[in-house]
Design a binder for this molecule. Structure first.
Ligand code: DGI
Ligand code: FE
Ligand code: FE
Length: 190
């Protein structure tokens, strides 16, 4: 697979700001992957694709989502979540990405899930903390996870997402709960 083709495609599909986010996520994920012993090459591919479908309109996303195994589940939740499974679908169908770990990392980059692989965690964390993120508390989050294990970093990140979602009365995707519970349980058992 020629990664330059994907970059060119992304540059045309996404507004500049979003394209720049994808590049920063890719750099952040590759650096983190190198530190924690995850394939840097897989981290690069998964992050390039993670927001591939972010700027498709709702109707187009819904049409593609109908072909997804988890259509019933996703269709009951906010359309903001749909770009993740649709991104995985397009990576597979348009670019022939077959690696299940990469596809899952794209699919679960927004919500997380229980039993995430290390690659999935790397993408989730990089997406949240890439240097261009400006949300309140991000500086503190970056500081708290610095030098921690991948598991502990993921725990802090999923907790942060929950605080954010609850604060805005968002309806939370069930797999996000599974992810949160798994990490908090592990933390308590330590
Ligand atoms: O695509 P990005 O903006 O880079 O980031 P993302 O894919 O992690 O998140 C996209 C949005 O989805 C973000 O505003 C937070 C929101 N989100 C994440 N999990 C949930 C959620 N929204 C709802 N309603 N429920 C969730 O469980
Ligand atoms: Fe996203
Ligand atoms: Fe993103």
């Amino acid at each position: 697979m020629n990664l330059q083709d994907i970059r060119n495609d992304l540059e045309h599909r996404l507004p500049k700001e979003r394209f720049d986010h994808v590049i920063r996520v890719t750099e952040t994920a590759m650096e983190l992957a190198g530190k924690v012993g995850v394939s840097v090459e897989k981290a690069e591919i998964a992050s390039l694709f993670h927001d591939y479908a972010k700027f498709m309109d709702r109707k187009e996303l819904l049409e593609l989502l109908q072909r997804d195994e988890e259509y019933e589940l996703y269709s009951q939740y906010h359309s903001e979540l749909w770009h993740a499974p649709v991104g995985a679908l397009l990576a597979k169908e348009k670019y022939g990405v077959e690696d299940e770990d990469i596809l899952q990392a794209i699919r679960y980059h927004t919500t997380g899930r229980a039993g995430m692989s290390d690659l999935e965690k790397v993408i989730y964390i990089a997406d949240l903390i890439e240097p261009g993120r400006k949300f309140p508390g991000v500086a503190d989050l970056r500081q708290r996870i610095e030098g921690e294990s991948l598991e502990d970093q993921m725990t802090e990140c999923i907790q942060h997402t929950f605080k954010f979602l609850v604060h805005q009365y968002a309806v939370i995707f069930p797999k996000s709960f599974d992810c949160y519970n798994e990490h908090v349980r592990r933390r308590k058992e330590q």
